[in-house]
Design a protein around this ligand. Structure first.
Ligand SMILES: Cc1cc2nc3c(=O)[nH]c(=O)nc-3n(C[C@H](O)[C@H](O)[C@H](O)COP(=O)(O)OP(=O)(O)OC[C@H]3O[C@@H](n4cnc5c(N)ncnc54)[C@H](O)[C@@H]3O)c2cc1C
Ligand SMILES: *[C@@H]1O[C@H](CO)[C@@H](O)[C@H](O)[C@H]1NC(C)=O
Ligand SMILES: *[C@@H]1O[C@H](CO)[C@@H](O)[C@H](O)[C@H]1NC(C)=O
Ligand SMILES: *[C@@H]1O[C@H](CO)[C@@H](O)[C@H](O)[C@H]1NC(C)=O
Ligand SMILES: *[C@@H]1O[C@H](CO)[C@@H](O)[C@H](O)[C@H]1NC(C)=O
Ligand SMILES: *[C@@H]1O[C@H](CO)[C@@H](O)[C@H](O)[C@H]1NC(C)=O
Length: 600
């Protein structure tokens, strides 16, 4: 369902679109038609992904609450590419993907990097690669340092714990793991890095996520299948009488009413497809936006909540002036460095050798073991600046010499500039710190995936059109706009080369395939980086928590500034990315949001 062209949505006045029917049948929590809707729900949650289903589960613990989840995508059908860990990521580009791209980026050789986003009950947790890690204490303490009470590491830790059922690696799993991979490959990578002075924290999940660590995965240890927001949060709650979900419906607008205390959300408008008339459900208490970091700001803007200049350019009249909506978009950007080593490559065999793949699938189906029983990315290195380069001082000075606004969009409002200046100061200090990571080096079969963890560049999300709410948003992650981001990646590529040529790995005759040893000078490396950079799929920050005067969109209780009855609970609210794959942080933040909603 990816529409282009002119819109044919006609607006309805609240209340006219909807027969107020009671639910028919007793177990129909998954609604299949508009006729089954109540006219009003206490809470209407927009987006049934990681954050939306987390909040839906927690709010429905109280049987008094009536809750409707509106999800644009459908239920998955237990497809292999969703449930089998070894095929993780296989849902990218299917009907469960919004299939978005960022806008063409002059700082990335004019390319438009693709940015998959889940479109299904479970959201991006069905597409993701199942790496389930946390950032460092310092990453989350930065959120509090930006002025957000209750958003530090200590505050979040209980919610990290609440959202996971941790299975320690038992002897059985260790045995299984040994059976799955050639341990020598990992051993040599580990000893190559430890030989270069990289430490191994005791438990990276304790807030000490700098160094080398094995990462858990969101996986059911018994069935060896993906554990995701649908299976972890929805299915556990789907029998609760107060909770309903309508899939295949895209929210197109929040309906607001001006009250003496300011605008208030009283309804949510949605459509089943482009040319169907919209339906409106009434909101008794709150609308909860959980549509992800690219669609949530778009929906706010289409509803008149945002920067008046952006809205006016689209002929949208301003309901609430919240200049930070859609600003501060940032994402983890990566470049690959690819070597050929003389050791067997399991992943390559799975794709290139049909016999091997068939044997592996049989092993998985009968015994839940073998290469398909595990997702990739089990072994991660998160490195502080001093651990991968001797240029810490130079990088720190470069950041320190910048005026924080230089690389922001020209039309950035003053409040957003002020908020970013505070971020820039903390990011600059972080460059010289040892308690937080600046790059991730993910090792997979001879490829070093080098991910920038604390990008300085910031972009934006804006609607493409005010008349077609189903048009994809114009999202610009502004990859590599700030030259400091390029300078860090240049040093990290040099480090990957150093690792490949340590005695431990040199024994396997490394031959650099990409970018190739001939790409040597900083200028050549910069050209490579700009031509190759892609997303690690962690867009965030577009409705950041913070004070309105600092460009914040939500307060510390997740309420949108200046609008009553409206919260944002998804990855949009992160003010600054943590150095980690972010799903566990999204779950934890959504758990915290549910608590805030329940206690208000
Ligand atoms: C390909 C891929 C790989 C990833 N790999 C990892 C990984 O290995 N480890 C990790 O930690 N993180 C990973 N992530 C990131 C992680 O999955 C996301 O950060 C997380 O799911 C974000 O949660 P969310 O609630 O903000 O959004 P989502 O989980 O994306 O949920 C948003 C939901 O809202 C729905 N929606 C959007 N607009 C509307 C609308 N207008 N009306 C109704 N519904 C709407 C969407 O269809 C979607 O279901 C990956 C992400 C992707 C895309
Ligand atoms: C996703 O987009 C690509 C190109 O942008 C296109 O080739 C592909 O068919 C699209 N997939 C879906 C499922 O829409
Ligand atoms: C796993 O492999 C390592 C390295 O080969 C070996 O020392 C260890 O005994 C193995 N563990 C199990 C449980 O087989
Ligand atoms: C805004 O409205 C004016 C007047 O109706 C129209 O001329 C203009 O094209 C519209 N602009 C956009 C971006 O829709
Ligand atoms: C496939 O696996 C076999 C057995 O482990 C190994 O010898 C071979 O090198 C692998 N092939 C590739 C292309 O990696
Ligand atoms: C393909 O896999 C089979 C089964 O594991 C193996 O016997 C064969 O050697 C492999 N072929 C190649 C070219 O690696």
């Amino acid at each position: 369902m990816h529409f282009t062209g002119t819109a044919c949505i006609t607006r309805l006045i609240l209340g006219l679109g909807l027969p107020a029917l009671a639910l028919s049948g007793s177990s129909a929590q998954v609604l299949t038609s508009e006729a089954q809707l109540h006219s009003s729900y206490d809470y209407v949650i927009i987006g049934g992904g990681v954050s939306g289903l987390t909040v839906a589960n927690r709010l429905s613990e109280n049987p008094e609450n009536s809750i409707l989840v509106i999800e644009a995508g459908d239920f998955d059908q237990d497809e292999d590419y969703i449930i089998i860990p070894g095929l993780a990521g296989g849902a990218i580009g299917t009907k469960y993907d919004w299939n978005l791209t960022y806008v063409p980026n002059p700082d990335a050789a004019g390319r438009a990097p693709s940015i998959p986003q889940g479109k299904a009950v479970g959201g991006s947790s069905l597409l993701n690669r199942m790496v389930f890690d946390r950032g460092s204490r310092a990453d989350y303490d930065r959120w509090r340092a930006l002025g957000n009470r209750g958003w530090g590491w200590k505050d979040l830790l209980p919610f990290f714990k609440k959202s996971e059922t941790f299975t320690p690696p038992t002897d059985e799993i260790i045995a299984e793991w040994n059976a799955t991979y050639d341990p020598s490959v990992h051993e040599h990578f580990i000893s190559a890095l430890t030989g270069l002075g990289i430490r191994i924290p005791k438990d990276a999940a304790s807030g000490d996520a700098v160094g080398l660590y094995f990462s858990p995965h969101n996986q059911d240890p018994v069935t060896a299948t993906r554990s995701d927001a649908r299976r972890g949060y929805w299915e556990a709650a789907s029998h609760r009488p107060g909770l309903s979900l309508l899939a295949g419906r895209t929210a197109t607008r929040l309906i607001t009413k001006l009250t003496p205390k300011g605008p208030k959300v009283i309804g949510v408008e949605f459509v089943s497809s482009k040319c169907k008339s919209p339906t409106v459900v009434k909101v008794g208490k709150e609308a909860i936006l959980a549509a992800g970091a690219l669609h949530t700001p778009q929906l706010l803007q289409l509803s008149g909540i945002g920067d008046p200049a952006i809205l006016a350019a689209l002929n949208i009249s301003t309901v609430a002036k919240v200049p930070g909506v859609g600003r501060n978009l940032h994402d983890h950007v990566y470049v690959p460095v690819v070597f050929n080593f003389d050791f067997p490559l399991t992943a390559a065999n799975l794709t290139s050798n049909a016999t091997f793949a068939a044997e592996a699938l049989h092993l998985y189906n009968t015994q839940k073991t073998g290469p398909y029983a595990d997702a990739t990315g089990d072994f991660l290195a998160f490195l502080s600046t001093d651990s991968f380069t001797s240029q810490t001082d130079t990088l720190h000075k470069l950041a320190n010499s910048q005026h924080p606004s230089t690389y922001l969009d020209a039309d950035t409002p003053p409040s957003v500039k002020r908020g970013y200046a505070a971020q820039h100061k903390l990011l600059t200090a972080g460059l010289a710190a040892t308690n937080q990571a600046q790059v991730e080096v993910l090792w997979a079969d001879g490829t070093f995936v080098i991910g920038l963890q604390h990008p300085f560049s910031r972009g934006s999300v804006r609607p493409a059109s005010s008349t077609d709410p189903l048009a994809a948003p114009l999202a610009d992650a502004a990859f590599l706009r700030n030259p400091i981001d390029v300078a860090i990646l240049i040093e990290a590529i040099k480090f990957a080369r150093t690792v490949a040529h340590t005695p431990e790995l040199a024994a396997f005759n490394p031959v650099e395939l990409v970018p190739g040893a001939a790409v040597a000078s900083d200028t050549e490396l910069e050209t490579y980086i700009r031509g190759a950079a892609e997303s690690l799929f962690h867009p965030s920050g577009t409705c950041a928590v913070g004070k309105l005067e600092d460009g914040g969109v939500v307060d510390a209780e997740f309420r949108v500034h200046g609008v009553r009855g409206l919260r944002v609970v998804d990855a949009s609210v992160f003010p600054v990315l943590p150095a980690a794959h972010i799903q566990s942080s999204v779950y934890a933040v959504a758990e915290m949001a549910a608590e805030a909603i329940k206690s208000s």
